[in-house]
Design a protein. Structure first.
Length: 115
């Protein structure tokens, strides 16, 4: 299994980033895929999810600012993040929803929003 997240970086408050996650070794087309984030010392939280059929869910903290999408042909899930805030600073991971039962998590990508 591989879940390779990319696209993070340093951005100012109000800026935008687009994350991408290429998956392999999973049945991507039939799984709900999600973006999670984690701040050191906190639990990992789900911020966005998209079912195989395209239904989306967003955490209240990101609703209206983030948009998840997926390309099943490329086994890739994206997260467009707009109007970023300092509290969005975290390591962002993609995984299935619920997460892969083996407990596997990819490397994640760091997003830092400066005030």
């Amino acid at each position: 299994v591989q879940l390779q997240a990319s696209g993070g970086g340093l951005v100012q408050t109000g800026g935008s980033l687009r994350l991408a996650c290429a998956a392999s070794g999973i049945m991507f087309n039939v799984n709900s895929m999600g973006w999670y984030r984690q701040v050191p010392g906190n639990h990992r939280e789900l911020v966005a999810r998209m079912t195989w059929g395209g239904t989306t869910y967003y955490a209240d903290s990101v609703k209206g600012r983030f948009a998840i999408s997926r390309d099943n042909a490329k086994s890739t899930v994206y997260l467009q993040m707009n109007m970023l805030k300092p509290e969005d600073t975290a390591v962002y991971y993609c995984n299935t929803v619920p997460p892969i039962s083996s407990g596997f998590w990819g490397q994640g990508t760091q997003v830092t929003v400066s005030s």
